[in-house]
Ligand binder design. Structure first.
Ligand SMILES: Cc1cc2nc3c(=O)[nH]c(=O)nc-3n(C[C@H](O)[C@H](O)[C@H](O)COP(=O)(O)OP(=O)(O)OC[C@H]3O[C@@H](n4cnc5c(N)ncnc54)[C@H](O)[C@@H]3O)c2cc1C
Length: 352
């Protein structure tokens, strides 16, 4: 069985991984010159289902709680399991209580405990929430690592592929082109996320730190070697243009509020990605005959793509098995079986 995947973002690469691991011949066509040409490049890489529950349905926890294990199995050594720290400036301390009321599986920390966990933050916050089961990874390293692994597994890649790269000769096409489908896929919209990278030798953090604010909650994710990703805005827009001055100020203010040493950091990169999202902000897997569409990962691509990729692989291997059963039946009986049940659409979301 041969499958064509369009798009080499986190969705396309995780699907490719699950299919190739099941012995399916996979080809990936990517319109950009390298893997991770879309939103995946700008992600924070947080695998934080319990924190995300603050504004997301329980499905995000159910589907996301095994993401760190999946990434660990697929790419050993990439996942950092140090949890997430959530803090708030003293004037916004009520935000912590509100966040705690909407989430679960965390510990309250006092100032001293915060300093034990993150010595750089010693004495800076009176209280914090610690989500010890959460993890993070460097999304760019993970994308590159998956690409190398898939190439070694025999997956074929076509970069700079034409948008209509021919699907002829494939048993299934899996469309993982993310925000590119806005305007073609009903209800899909874009949510712009701006981020920046800071570099400083003067701050050390071991885990993502979320800084609560009533209007603009932001986070800082350590990437190692003094590099920090600061993210991310949430703007209802499909604009991929450069970061606005206002967003830059807000992101820098958050970093400075977390630790004044960020004031001396170098801004080595600013960027913006468009998160593909459906109205319920949950991903969807829709099957229409031989074409399967996987989209709508919103702010949870690295968190939820593994679960959805496993569903895609189960769907495609079930169809392969039913086709080979039909063939076996035909050759023994000489008459065709009725068509296998058609799954259309599979929707991961509310009610599951
Ligand atoms: C600032 C920011 C921070 C984020 N932080 C996190 C986080 O901490 N944790 C988390 O889990 N998620 C996070 N996300 C969300 C995550 O990045 C997205 O959910 C995820 O990248 C979506 O993946 P995707 O593969 O569906 O889309 P994309 O990454 O956009 O990939 C789609 C790919 O398809 C390609 N393509 C487009 N058209 C075609 C075509 N016609 N043919 C072939 N290829 C095509 C594109 O070039 C691209 O490579 C963040 C997002 C942003 C923007």
């Amino acid at each position: 069985m041969r499958v064509l995947i369009r798009g080499a973002g986190v969705a396309g690469l995780t699907v490719a991984h699950e299919l190739a691991a099941n012995g399916i011949e996979v080809t990936v066509a990517e319109i950009a010159a390298r893997p991770g040409g879309g939103a995946s490049w700008f992600a924070g890489g947080m695998l934080a289902p319990w924190c995300e529950r603050e504004s997301a349905p329980e499905t995000v926890v159910t589907l996301g709680c095994r993401a760190a294990d999946w990434w660990d199995d697929a790419l050993p050594g990439h996942v950092v399991r140090n949890g997430t720290l959530v803090v708030a400036p003293p004037r916004d301390a009520a935000e912590l209580t509100r966040f705690a009321a909407r989430t679960s599986i965390f510990d309250w920390l006092d100032s001293e405990e915060v300093g034990v966990l993150e010595p750089a933050l010693m004495g800076r916050f009176r209280k914090a929430l610690f989500f010890r089961k959460e993890a993070h990874l460097d999304p760019r390293r993970a994308i590159a690592g998956l690409f190398d692994k898939l190439a070694a597994m025999g997956v074929r890649f076509h970069f700079n592929a034409a948008p209509d790269f021919s699907g002829a000769g494939f048993d299934h096409i899996v469309d993982c082109t993310g925000a590119h489908c806005i305007g073609q896929t009903a209800e899909l919209r874009g949510v712009r996320g701006e981020m920046l990278l800071l570099e400083t030798p003067d701050v050390t953090l071991s885990r993502p730190v979320r800084l609560l604010h009533p209007r603009i909650p932001l986070y800082i994710v350590p990437r190692g070697n003094g590099v920090f990703m600061v993210g991310a805005t949430m703007i209802e827009s499909e604009d991929r243009g450069p970061v606005s001055a206002r967003s830059l100020m807000e992101l820098l203010n958050a970093a400075y509020a977390l630790h004044p040493a960020f004031g001396e950091a170098r801004v080595t990169e600013t960027g913006a990605g468009v998160r593909p999202a459906f109205p319920d902000n949950l991903p969807r897997l829709e099957s229409n005959g031989e074409t399967i569409r996987v989209n709508g990962f919103y702010r949870h691509g690295f968190l939820l793509a593994p679960s959805i990729a496993m569903e895609v692989a189960a769907h495609i291997t079930a169809s392969r098995n039913s086709k080979s059963q039909q063939r076996a039946h035909r050759s023994s009986q000489g008459t065709p079986l009725a068509n296998p049940p058609h799954i259309n659409p599979l929707q991961i979301g509310a009610g599951r």
